[in-house]
Design a protein around this ligand. Structure first.
Ligand code: PMP
Length: 307
């Protein structure tokens, strides 16, 4: 991955190489960070941010859970996200706001004076799974489970949680799979290393509930809204692993993965091993928002204005 020219760091746009942290930074030792992953799409009307305010709100919620005090308002963060995209002259981008405890202390309960900084990176980035977004990907069920809700809260998008995601993704990659799906501590389905999970059975859409130790994805929410509009029945509920082997369709959702069909699970083909009709209808409704085929009925797209 190539670095961008500029990023936003602690209040201003800087050249990429000028944004540094000290090796004593609390975040490097203890993983005290929270972050977001967001997208700007190149639409026929120009670059449009997708659900920016919802991402910023989740960033603040994650920070609150982990006692990271963001010294900027939500409006300032929204503006900074737009500024860094504009500074790099990007029409479409993946945007990564990061909040981290930058000060030095070995304390596990640092005083509020220990500095917390914000950095925002914007880069051109296609789909996480490349052509898999069209053809479908091969996934496995991971031998790693998600952390129990009374260990690490999955409702916070915290850097530390991604040690779990790395174990799942790395094991999958070693096995020749594009992604791993983890079970919740109770053995039921939860989510992918960096995506939420959906299954289709007899035309009905199923997805694990927030209580299954998942991140409440913003793409997941978008899919739930679009499915309702398309008249697709949705069930948010506990799902056993074996449904992955009998489902007619399986797909993953996330800002990076968008809506990525799954063509096999543990080498067993899903349906006809090509994206099924429900997946394709949802992809059409989702991607159609960005290529001008569908109107933005929910106010999910916002233009980027320079500060
Ligand atoms: N679960 C995990 C663990 C993730 O990292 C992500 C990506 N942020 C998601 C789900 C999907 O969330 P979103 O649609 O908000 O990107």
């Amino acid at each position: 991955m190539k670095p961008a020219t500029y990023l936003w760091h602690d209040g201003r746009i800087k050249p990429w190489h000028e944004a540094t942290v000290h090796v004593g930074a609390h975040v490097l030792h203890y993983g005290s960070s929270v972050f977001e992953g967001e997208r700007v799409y190149a639409t026929p009307d120009g670059p449009r941010y997708f659900r920016l305010r919802e991402h910023t709100e989740r960033l603040f919620r994650s920070a609150r859970i982990h006692d990271l005090n963001i010294r900027h308002s939500a409006d300032e963060i929204d503006q900074a996200c737009a500024d860094v995209v504009l500074a790099n002259g990007l029409d479409s981008a993946y945007v990564r706001p990061l909040v981290y405890r930058a000060g030095f202390t070995f304390s596990l309960a640092p005083d509020p004076e220990v500095p917390v900084e914000v950095a925002i990176i914007a880069l051109p980035w296609g789909n996480l799974h490349g052509d898999g977004v069209h053809a479908g990907i091969d996934v496995c069920v991971s031998s790693w489970h998600r952390p129990a809700p009374n260990t690490l809260p999955s409702g916070a998008k915290a850097g530390g949680n991604y040690l779990s995601s790395q174990l799942i993704a790395q094991e999958a990659k070693r096995g020749g799979y594009a992604e791993g799906i983890a079970l919740a501590p109770n053995g039921l389905l939860s989510e992918g290393a960096g995506e939420n999970l959906f299954l289709v059975q007899r035309g009905r859409l199923y997805t694990p509930p927030v209580a299954a130790g998942i991140l409440a994805g913003i793409t997941r929410d978008s899919v739930l809204v679009l499915a309702a509009e398309l008249g697709i029945d949705v069930v948010e509920g506990d799902l056993p692993r074996e449904l992955l082997y009998t489902a007619e369709e399986v797909f993953l959702t996330g800002t990076a993965a968008e809506i990525t069909p799954v063509r096999s699970v543990d080498r067993k083909p899903v349906g006809k091993a090509t994206p099924g009709p429900v997946t394709r209808a949802l992809q059409d409704a989702f991607f159609g928002l960005f290529d001008g085929r569908h109107a933005d009925r929910h106010g999910w797209l916002t233009p980027l204005h320079a500060s």
